[in-house]
Design a protein around this ligand. Structure first.
Ligand SMILES: Cc1cc2nc3c(=O)[nH]c(=O)nc-3n(C[C@H](O)[C@H](O)[C@H](O)COP(=O)(O)O)c2cc1C
Length: 297
């Protein structure tokens, strides 16, 4: 994505502590979303950038009287006033490092998202097979259980399109870190009312931040992915919506879906371990992804 940037205004402020420069620019992101503009305000002294404020037009509902350009101009005016009137206190607050939450989930070669809320259900059993296959291939593996985590649903604020980072600092920070460091992302999911369970859907929606980072040109390499899904009813048509959701998810992020195994009629058997050859099929998919990955881009 190319962002066309125009300078709206630049102000040099002479102070006893040197010359501070406030620069406000607008970047055209309409190739990403119709009419999207991102405003960037920066405060610098010489080559040192002291603070930045980013906002975009999609953050502001048409029903509110504030818009992105006004918000950016107001911020620029407020910073200028603070620099003139309360410089020491203002610079101290702006320069304060934000305490980041510690990471809890270790990074690994393989990230498994186990989307069923049932800790001992079919998807958990399949996630266990993935762990065994990955470890047998000499890889580290991490199973993520969305229902055990504190992950706020996406609120569509579009603030991730300013920085490539979500506004919420909850457990999704860890999940994103694990996914970006893995070479293989495995999704294990049951069909719930034709689609994925709510906890997994929240994770999928929150991954929009990857899309933002990708379009801003700051995303790293994406892992390959595999999908292992189960449903109660008989017939592969029961997976139509789930595969469409997962397909949209990986497609949106530029993740290659390297394969899928869909197991229907499981309510009848109640246990995937009773499906002939399934364990070997799942493990083989994992093995072939890890041992003979596709050639690079
Ligand atoms: C809330 C809920 C909704 C479900 N919706 C469907 C469905 O739409 N179609 C289907 O075939 N099975 C449906 N199922 C059955 C599950 O997909 C099936 O029991 C699956 O094996 C559960 O996986 P798990 O053991 O990993 O939790 C549903 C189950 C639950 C609890």
């Amino acid at each position: 994505m190319t962002e066309n940037v125009r300078l709206i205004r630049r102000t040099d402020l002479e102070t006893p502590d040197g010359v501070f420069t406030l620069a406000l620019s607008a970047g055209d992101l309409s190739s990403l979303y119709p009419g999207m503009t991102r405003y960037a305000l920066s405060l610098s002294r010489g080559a040192e950038v002291i603070g930045t404020f980013l906002t975009n037009t999609y953050e502001y509902s048409p029903t509110v009287s504030l818009d992105a350009e006004t918000a950016a101009l107001q911020k620029a005016a407020a910073w200028e006033r603070e620099l003139r009137e309360n410089r020491d206190r203002f610079l101290a607050v702006l320069g304060k490092k934000i305490q980041k939450r510690p990471y809890a989930l270790p990074i690994s070669d393989v990230a498994v998202i186990q989307g069923s809320p049932r800790a001992d259900g079919n998807c958990s059993i399949m996630a266990g097979w993935v762990v065994e296959a990955a470890e047998a291939a000499g890889k580290t593996v991490q199973v993520i259980y969305p229902d055990d985590l504190d992950i706020h649903p996406c609120i569509g604020c579009y603030r991730c399109y300013n920085t490539g980072v979500c506004a919420f600092e909850d457990d999704m920070v860890d999940v994103i870190r694990v996914i970006t460091h893995s070479s293989l992302l495995v999704i294990c999911s049951p069909v719930y009312t034709n689609t994925v369970p709510g906890g997994l859907k929240i994770v999928i929606d929150r991954c929009q931040t990857f899309h933002a980072a990708k379009t801003l040109g700051i995303a790293g390499k994406m892992p390959d992915s595999l999908l292992f899904a189960v449903c109660g009813r008989k017939g592969l048509s029961n997976f139509a919506s789930l595969t469409s959701v997962v397909g949209a998810f990986v497609g949106n992020l530029g993740i290659r879906l390297a394969g899928e195994v869909l197991v229907d009629g499981v309510d009848h058997l109640r246990d995937v371990r009773l499906v002939d050859g399934l364990e070997e099929q799942v493990k083989e998919r994992v093995r072939s992804c890890l041992l003979s990955p596709p050639p690079g881009p």
